[in-house]
Design a protein around this ligand. Structure first.
Ligand code: CUA
Length: 354
């Protein structure tokens, strides 16, 4: 191959590499899942471990690759007439001790802060704010034992508060991951795990189930909303209210009729519509009591986009109600064969549940 040809081949490879990198970035929706942007003391502790280790690894990489490159260049076969074969060496005790000792020291140095952080972050401190998280295929259920609130898809927490999530799973292994607030932790069927969450500032923190849990694993997302204590108290008050039944004849009332007659109440609980409370029922679907107060639904995948309008939200809800499994493959919510009018009525009703 001539020099020009090989240059062309290399250019092609470089282009291919760049294109695949670009395409890899074009997923359906880019989620702001960034472990390197800590928004609270727990994530900061982890971040504080990551960077020193990263820079040590960078230095080691350049030292080792530099030495390798130097050896290749300095000792290469120069194809010179009469060049003698270099001296053959096997084993060098000093060198081997040194290159075993250096990594050992580096690893031991890294282990000290790592192990202490792992233990410090492992268990919830006493007196933490308690939340229960249950993983379901494919959505997260959140309940607040001290407040008798059960919700789904959106976990609301107070800021600057040590929150302790007691987690378990209703079916298979799931993994709760809010990268801005902490690392990942498993939700294990038949067992309990704890995850600490602590957000410095009010905001919306995105998350994702981080363990393959079946067909719609990728569509099992999470959203944490952190509120100032006063806003949080207000939220609690609103969530504890039982929604007023809509006035007869209104579109919301029509929607309630559909809700009760189309089979929704077989799986979903809605305070004031179908009691008893969740504790007595096997939970198979999100509690919808304050559905409209949540920014997302359908495993926190809808509405997509970062700042959806009310129209976009309703359009997403319409497509979800029309055929859930087409949006979340394997969804246990079936296509109920609702008519367009029934869907409109249901949307009017659900969107009134603030
Ligand atoms: Cu739940 Cu992946």
């Amino acid at each position: 191959m001539s020099g020009r040809q090989s240059k062309r081949v290399w250019r092609r490879y470089a282009l291919l590499g760049l294109t695949s990198l670009l395409l890899a970035a074009c997923s359906e929706q880019t989620l702001p899942l960034n472990s390197l942007d800590p928004k609270g003391p727990i994530a900061e502790r982890i971040d504080g471990l990551f960077w020193p280790v990263f820079w040590i690894a960078v230095i080691v990489f350049f030292l080792v690759q530099g030495a390798l490159l130097a050896a290749i260049l300095i000792f290469r076969d120069r194809n010179v007439e009469g060049q003698k074969e270099p001296k053959q060496i096997h084993g060098n005790a000093v060198l081997e001790v040194v290159w075993t000792a250096i990594p050992t020291l580096i690893l031991a140095g890294i282990a000290v802060p790592t192990i202490s952080a792992v233990f410090d972050l492992a268990d919830c401190p006493t007196g933490a704010f308690e939340v229960d998280i249950v993983g379901h295929q494919w959505w997260f259920e959140y309940s607040y034992p001290d407040y008798d609130i059960t919700t789904a898809n959106v976990l609301v927490i107070p800021t600057e508060t040590e929150v302790c999530a007691n987690m378990t799973s209703d079916d298979v292994l799931h993994n709760f991951w809010i990268p801005n607030l902490n690392g990942k932790r498993y939700l294990v069927p038949g067992s309990n795990t704890e995850l600490r969450l602590n957000a410095d500032e009010p905001g919306e923190y995105w998350g994702q189930c981080a363990e393959f849990c079946g067909l719609s694993h990728a569509k099992m997302r999470a959203r944490v909303i952190a509120l100032d204590q006063s806003d949080f108290d207000l939220w609690v008050e609103e969530q504890q209210e039982v929604p007023e039944p809509p006035a007869e004849g209104t579109p919301e009332w029509e929607g309630l009729q559909v809700f009760q007659q189309a089979g929704c109440t077989g799986c979903h609980v809605l305070a004031g519509v179908n009691e008893p409370s969740r504790q007595d029922v096997t939970v198979v679907a999100p509690n919808l009591t304050h559905f409209a107060s949540r920014s997302v639904f359908a495993g926190a995948t809808l509405p997509s986009g970062f700042d959806p309008t009310q129209e976009e939200r309703e359009a997403a809800l319409a497509s979800w109600l029309a055929d859930p499994p087409s949006i979340k493959p394997g969804s246990f919510m079936p296509d109920l064969g609702l008519t367009a009018d029934q869907i409109d009525a249901l949307i009017a009703y659900l969107e009134s549940l603030e």
